[in-house]
Design a protein. Structure first.
Length: 279
């Protein structure tokens, strides 16, 4: 099943057609895309009844963030060995966790304003929590995931690295620095939920390419470890980390400019296009 935020309304797809959930369910489920995660299992049973599978063409201009108001947004650093190497960081023995403040989350239609001269790109698989997760075992972790979407963990490197200690959360939380979309895809629709190809292109040039199987800590490990520390709530987001190829790790370093476009693609999930503007 795929779920989209189309013009602010919760939408799924059946037989290649858009299905407005509130109308199709006769009011059983509201139009608010965020509200569905509190009733995820009930919603899943209803969606099975209408054979909600596949997708249909939707212009980016009509798409909002599939999870528009998450209560918690977790970011994972250096979760690919090649990215650790380009960052001159050692391979971690436990997840490196920071937060992206929820106000940075936007969808495909949002034009993101670059910050200064050092706005960087980071394609990431984003896991969406569908059930309250506390002390979850790794083998049960996927049962707590509603689905995944494509994300960009955009970063103001100057702000991120300013001061005596890094400011990861601030540097990664400017307005629009959490693009997500084009929709949420449930794990059963993925070719292999633990091994998906991901590619990031800047104005058509491939700048990142890897597979999610290369994660140091895959989705089940992240859900299990995070849930031991704090509850993961329905609708929370986990940005699971980025592979090598970011601007900071290049020689010479390279950053985003107004007028450029990022295209972030994940196998079985979709393409997230992010347009960039100036001040």
């Amino acid at each position: 099943m795929r779920l989209a935020n189309v013009n602010g309304r919760l939408t799924t797809f059946s037989g290649g057609q858009l299905v407005d959930v509130e109308k199709a369910s006769e009011g059983r489920f509201p139009s608010d895309p965020q509200a569905v995660f509190e009733r995820w299992e009930e919603f899943g049973r209803w969606a099975e009844g209408i054979s909600a599978r596949g997708s249909a063409p939707v212009p980016d201009a009509n798409l909002g963030a599939p999870v528009p108001r998450p209560r918690q947004v977790f970011g994972i650093g250096v979760n690919y060995r090649d990215h650790a190497a380009e960052a001159n960081a050692s391979v971690p023995d436990s997840p490196v966790v920071f937060t992206k403040f929820p106000t940075c989350v936007v969808g495909p239609s949002h034009v993101v304003q670059v910050a200064g001269e050092t706005t960087d790109w980071e394609i990431e698989l984003v896991a969406v929590i569908g059930r309250l997760a506390r002390d979850v075992r790794e083998e049960d972790a996927w049962d707590h995931v509603a689905g995944v979407t494509v994300g960009q963990d955009l970063s103001d490197r100057t702000l991120q690295l300013a001061g005596p200690l890094p400011q990861f959360s601030l540097g990664k939380s400017r307005p629009g620095f959490g693009p997500t979309g084009p929709w949420l895809v449930t794990p059963d629709e993925l070719p292999d939920r633990d091994d998906l190809a991901l590619v990031c292109r800047l104005d058509g040039e491939t700048v990142q390419e890897s597979r999610t199987s290369a994660m140091i800590f895959p989705v089940p490990a992240l859900v299990a470890r995070l849930s031991r520390v704090c509850p993961l709530l329905p609708g929370d987001l986990i940005f699971t980390g980025t592979p090598a190829g970011v601007g900071l790790g290049r020689s010479p370093q390279r950053y985003l400019r107004p007028g450029q476009q990022l295209e972030s693609s994940i196998e079985g999930v979709g393409d997230l296009r992010t347009r960039l503007s100036g001040p």
